[in-house]
Design a protein around this ligand. Structure first.
Ligand code: FHN
Length: 686
């Protein structure tokens, strides 16, 4: 009888948790954490594997393609549990070969594998004694792929890690009032099986933590529960509630978990925190037969380099099909990455961040384990290339990984180091077909000038500003530094006094102090608008959906139906207020605000939207109100919430959009933070 009697399991669980040997790992010393994380930090590159019954429908249901990622088909197509179980019964991966999977990972240069032991659909890829909803109990495939994978990893020296979903669409108790029973009698016992029966596990990769039943406190308890079984285990930040949306790093405050988990994206800048970017090779994690939107090998390698330079790990996904075969498109990319890694592995393995993660879009810096500065260039250089921040030791050589050619270089205090590429630097070299090249310098630690500051309207470090008639811009820098600036593509000038602009202008500025390398470039954009004197948006949009900030609201480009198109301003859980100052009292003809609704993406129209008018900026009168409680009958789409005014006179307009806040109970994301996406604010005056 495979199912344990819940009462018995509950007693065991309580005993286990309360036994005196339970150690508190939440106060681990930094030194011990460094020791525990070392293999993971040095590895830099792993394989993510999403595999489960969703590979059987492979993106289709009842003969129709289902939008969204493959592993969400049960939710996206609203497939009842009993119907989805049919896919599980049909899941018979007769061509599954753990050794083949592990060999592909190893040949790509990956050092660890993270496999979905259980995804949100609840199907277990290992032989669990706590449920029949696994291969042994539900399918004709009477093997334990996790065991076979563990053996293959052991053989090849690859670290095995487990993905595990807290959210479970199959288990009747995995929500609401019975959640504690699910956690104690199912979730924890299963994790105990995974940490007891398959040898040393490198990391546990939790997911589905966003459900309202899960709390930071439960995450902290689970963290200790797991590390008391395997003390050296590494656990991601999705074990708790710290993750701030898809950008994956923690919100402000103390949260449990050892590393951040940006998803489908890479941090904009370097971080000294532990983080791992997980990304797909096409658009889906779980197999979909019609997803052919494969990223190029060039893009995958550039992602790998970018992540390494910013101090992270790259977890690249494959989604094997229902027969257990990794798609050929993935295999080809893994092989090509492996060829690149054979030459350039020092960029990824045991590398460290440099004082600068890169320069522009096509140079990324890392420091090799033997202390050499590596500048990986992501585009074929012309006859020469200048690196602003590099100052090689006098007389030192500059070489390229994979080539024996020594490159000539010169150093200039203002420009930096220029390297010269002779015609033969790659001719005949196997590097000619590389997709990124790594130059190796014996470089001094650069003394870089502190970047200057762009000041406008008593605000420092501005990046995007609106102005009506003219903008007066002041530049400041550290004592003794000279400031140089450029307006749009104009000449570089030395700054002597405040700059005045009357048209939309892109400003680039850097500073230079004698004996130091020039600072990095600082940029700001000043947008001239006749319509508004000033526009104030609070709060700022969420990190990854910031588009062009205020400007997006009136650049005349409304976002598409892809909320990730860089045109929409996204707000997770927050209400939004926009105050527009027209500069003078005008007759208002109409106001519109574009909003999106995408229920699958947890994006809802505002539950309340008001347009208020004022002549003095303090007393406002509501001129338009929209109110609606979203229901499951609502559909996706766009609305501009247009309001035609009878030429009401006003100078100030206040737009208030109230976010739904949390996904409603009937929604898949029930309890998770709701998103509100806005764009294109139109204020028409006479
Ligand atoms: O919902 C899952 C999704 O299916 C996939 O597993 C990704 C990979 O990290 N994680 C969740 C979405 O954030």
């Amino acid at each position: 009888m495979k199912k344990m009697i819940p009462l018995l399991v509950l007693i065991f669980s309580i005993l286990a948790c309360n036994s005196p040997k339970q150690k508190d790992y939440l106060n681990e010393s930094p030194a011990h954490k460094d020791e525990r994380m070392k293999w993971w930090r040095d590895a830099g590159f792993g394989m993510f594997i999403h595999w489960g019954p969703y590979a059987v429908p492979a993106g289709y249901y009842q003969g129709e393609p289902v939008a969204g990622v493959g592993e969400w088909i049960m939710s996206s197509a609203k497939i009842p549990v009993e119907e989805y179980e049919v896919f599980a019964r049909d899941f018979n991966p007769v061509d599954f070969d753990a050794n083949e999977w592990v060999k592909q990972a190893k040949s790509a240069g990956m050092k660890y594998i993270v496999i979905t032991t259980k995804h949100h659909d609840g199907f277990c890829l290992w032989d669990s004694q706590v449920t029949d909803y696994d291969f042994a109990g539900f399918t004709a495939f009477k093997r334990d792929p996790i065991k076979e994978l563990a053996d293959a990893c052991q053989k090849e020296g690859i670290v095995l890690c487990f993905y595990h979903s807290i959210m479970d669409w199959h288990h009747a108790e995995a929500k609401g009032e019975y959640f504690a029973s699910y956690r104690e009698n199912y979730l924890k016992p299963q994790l105990k099986e995974l940490l007891t029966n398959y040898g040393p596990i490198g990391a546990l990769w939790f997911d589905g933590e966003w459900i309202e039943e899960w709390t930071e406190e439960q995450g902290r308890d689970l963290y200790n529960y797991l590390r008391n079984m395997q003390p050296e285990l590494i656990i991601n930040n999705r074990v708790g509630k710290g993750r701030d949306g898809m950008q994956g790093m923690n919100k402000a405050g103390e949260y449990v978990g050892d590393f951040g988990t940006p998803e489908q994206e890479i941090l904009d800048v370097a971080s000294n925190l532990d983080w791992e970017a997980c990304m797909t090779m096409n658009d889906t994690w779980g197999y979909k037969k019609d997803d052919h939107n494969w990223k190029s090998t060039r893009e995958l390698i550039h992602n790998l380099v970018d992540v390494a330079a910013k101090g992270g790990n790259y977890l690249l996904n494959v989604g094997p099909d229902a027969r257990g075969v990794i798609p050929a498109e993935s295999t080809r990319r893994l092989e090509a990455i492996g060829q690149w890694m054979k030459v350039n592995h020092s960029v990824v393995y045991n590398s460290r961040q440099w004082v600068k993660y890169g320069e522009g879009e096509d140079v990324r810096y890392t420091v090799s384990k033997d202390g050499m500065l590596q500048a990986t260039i992501l585009a074929m250089p012309d006859a020469q290339k200048t690196f602003r921040y590099i100052h090689p030791k006098a007389g030192s050589e500059v070489s390229v990984l994979g080539s024996y050619v020594k490159l000539k270089w010169v150093f200039d205090e203002v420009k930096g180091t220029t390297v010269f590429f002779p015609a033969n630097w790659l001719n005949g070299e196997k590097g000619a077909d590389q997709l990124a090249w790594t130059l190796v310098f014996d470089s001094q630690q650069p003394q870089v000038t502190v970047p200057p500051v762009i000041n406008y309207n008593d605000k420092a470090r501005v990046t995007k500003e609106l102005f009506g008639e003219r903008a007066r811009i002041e530049l400041t820098a550290e004592e003794g530094a000279r400031i140089f600036y450029q307006l749009n593509d104009g000449p570089i000038k030395e700054y002597q006094s405040p700059i005045e602009v009357t048209q939309t202008t892109a400003l680039s500025v850097y500073a230079q102090k004698a004996g130091l390398v020039a600072s990095e470039m600082v940029k700001a954009e000043f947008f001239h608008t006749a319509a508004f004197k000033e526009l104030k948006l609070t709060p700022e949009a969420s990190t990854n959906y910031r588009a062009e900030g205020n400007l997006s609201l009136f650049d005349g480009q409304r976002g598409s139906d892809n909320f990730k198109d860089g045109k929409w301003l996204g707000f997770e859980g927050d209400d939004v207020e926009i105050i527009v100052d027209l500069g003078t009292v005008k007759a208002i003809k109409q106001i519109r605000l574009s909003c999106m609704q995408n229920l699958g993406g947890w994006i809802f129209y505002p539950q309340q939207l008001t347009y208020e008018l004022s002549q003095d900026g303090s007393a406002y009168t509501a001129a338009y109100t929209y109110q609606h409680q979203v229901t499951k009958e609502d559909s996706d789409g766009f609305s501009e919430f247009p309001s035609v005014m009878k030429d009401i006179k006003a100078r100030y307009i206040k737009v208030k959009a109230r976010n739904v806040g949390v996904c409603p109970a009937w929604h898949d994301g029930s309890g998770g933070k709701a998103w509100m996406f806005i764009d294109e604010l139109l204020v028409e005056t006479n």
